[in-house]
Design a protein. Sequence first.
Length: 129
Amino acid sequence: MDKVDTLLDALTEGRVPWNDIDFETKEFVVFNDKFPVTTGHRLVVPRKASLENINKCFKFAMQMGNDNVRSDKNDITGYNVGINMGPSAGQSIYYPHVHLIFRRDGDMDNPQGGVRHVIPKKAKYRKKS
């Protein structure tokens, strides 16, 4: 039986740079991103690397995003959730983690295309009239 990779193993072995914990649960740890794209950028990281646990991280990231958009305590008006898988997708940390990037009105000139901006020339996709 193959050994399941864990966050504790990744931390102990120095494979992940995260140390700024926002909060933690039995199933995952939420870190403040070391190089945030926007204020409040978080990483939701499963304690055990499995598809089921990564899906739980996605679900939580979306819940946290929705809660922040609905809150009147901040200026968050949207969010992006994503994961980088493989070098061609920009992955540089090889332990699964889900990015939650909070967005605010005006944080970029034209946010149309959202996650499509990972390939900037493909972000604009509106059909020409």
